[in-house]
Design a binder for this molecule. Structure first.
Ligand code: CP
Ligand code: NVA
Length: 301
């Protein structure tokens, strides 16, 4: 039997596999193969520790469309919450399921789960990475701009899980990524340095204006990620100058697209006029979660 494959970060796939996933997702989206059910008879668990609208519903729907059964599990209802170890849980659920999508806090938890399970583990977001989001984002940019290589993508705001995965996407695609974060809120240093070492075109800025200058796409995300609620007031102060508004967007190319993984906090990291403008592709990003995740699951499971 082939060794199982996990998708914990974008580093788990090659650039070639990345392009295969994006191409397959585009085919799913076009309606090609709509009736193929490659995962018929299988069961895939969705183990969620954090809330979700897009990830949960797009995976549930996509799994169903692939012919498999999605099983949503609120991890608080598992014996995990009463002290059963991650290792024991991983071994047991591997006996029933053919794959698990997990959304949790510490990235280390999914590494432990992956190390102790015999089935593929898919990261549906941790504090450190959001790789499924980046897959959908790359498909969206390719649809809108016709290419990925050398496209200038500016990311403005918190150097969080979404930013970290965009850095790894830059390495796979040759996208030219400009990131602007307040001092002390940069993306994960190890992820950034590793990507640079391997040849990614990623540059960090402290001013949002420099990053957005001449961008083909401008991306932002919440200033307060899940789990950071207690820091909300302080963060809103610190990030104020990084708001994606009309003035900042005017520095990008006139046909630049506006991106956000959603949920958006209108009037905080992005203004409503920008989020709802014709330049915004946020709903395409959300839709593409479905198609890219179907392609990913078909490859892994
Ligand atoms: N973008 C995203 O992951 O959305 P949800 O938190 O709603 O899943
Ligand atoms: N950075 C956000 C992304 C939500 C989809 C968070 O982790 O809450």
């Amino acid at each position: 039997m082939d060794e199982k494959r996990d998708f914990l970060t974008l580093q788990d796939i090659s650039s070639e596999e990345f392009h295969l996933i994006i191409d397959r997702a585009a085919a799913f989206k076009s309606g090609a193969d709509a009736s193929s059910c490659p995962l018929i008879g299988k069961s895939i668990g969705l183990l969620f520790d954090k809330t979700s609208t897009r990830t949960r519903i797009s995976f549930q729907t996509g799994i169903y469309q692939l012919g498999a059964q999605p099983i949503y599990i609120n991890s608080k209802e598992l014996q995990l919450g009463r002290g059963e170890t991650v290792e024991d849980t991983a071994k047991v659920i591997s006996l029933y399921l053919h794959g698990i999508v997990i959304r949790t806090y510490e990235h280390n938890m999914i590494e432990k789960l992956a190390a102790n399970s015999s089935i593929p583990i898919v990261n549906g977001l941790t504090d450190l990475h959001h790789p499924c989001q980046a897959l959908a984002d790359m498909l969206t940019i390719r649809e809108q701009k016709g290419a990925l290589k050398d496209i200038r993508l500016a990311y403005v705001g918190d150097g969080n899980n979404v930013a970290n995965s965009l850095i790894e996407a830059a390495l796979l695609t040759g996208i030219d990524l400009a990131i602007a974060c307040p001092r002390g809120y940069d993306p994960d240093r190890r992820i950034y340095e590793n990507a640079l070492k391997k040849g990614a075109k990623v540059k960090l800025y402290t001013g949002p204006e420099e990053a957005v200058q001449d961008a083909d796409a401008v991306y932002t995300d919440t200033w307060i990620s899940m789990g950071q609620e207690r820091e909300a007031a302080r963060r809103k102060q610190i990030f104020k100058k990084f708001q994606l508004n009309k003035e900042l967007l005017s520095l990008a190319k006139p046909d630049a697209i506006v991106m956000h993984c959603l949920p958006a906090h209108r009037g905080e990291e992005i203004t409503s006029d920008v989020l709802d403008s014709p330049q915004s592709v946020v709903l395409d990003q959300a839709e593409n979660r479905l198609h890219t995740q179907k392609a990913l699951l078909e490859m892994l499971i």
